[in-house]
Design a protein around this ligand. Sequence first.
Ligand SMILES: [Zn+2]
Length: 164
Amino acid sequence: MMRFEKDIVLVINNDIYQELKECVKKARPNEACGLIFGMINQIENPGKSEDYLYQYSAKKFECIESDRKSPVAFLINEEEKLDNMCKTAKFEHDLNLISIFHSHPAGNHPSSTDLKNMEHLDFFKSFRRLIWSIMDARKNKMKAFMYLNREFIQVDITFILNGE
Ligand SMILES: [Zn+2]
């Protein structure tokens, strides 16, 4: 069983959620893949000193169109391309890559390939502590994961209305 870390939260507003669903729908029957940009805020946990909450707030989503069956695995091995997309988001919108998104035809747990890719990305300093968000294409249900300090963990997701 994977440890659940409730102090790391991916915050998704309704606009972004609709875009994620649309991306998954377009990619059918293949897996969808995209990048979520936003910012990471460290917030002191109310009532608890020296306990922090890490909020990954999604502000922008880029769906990556591909005719590959599993585009995420392909993307992960293109560090240079990924790096360029991150630089563009930083330069044009002042946003950071916070999550790598993809879908599975059924279920939303990381596959053994996903786990390998998560570990692989950790090798690059600029891609460390990214959230891996996975959507079940049948139900549009999402889960989020991270490779943190050599451990695979599940992190929290909060869905909010726009402007909240
Ligand atoms: Zn996967």
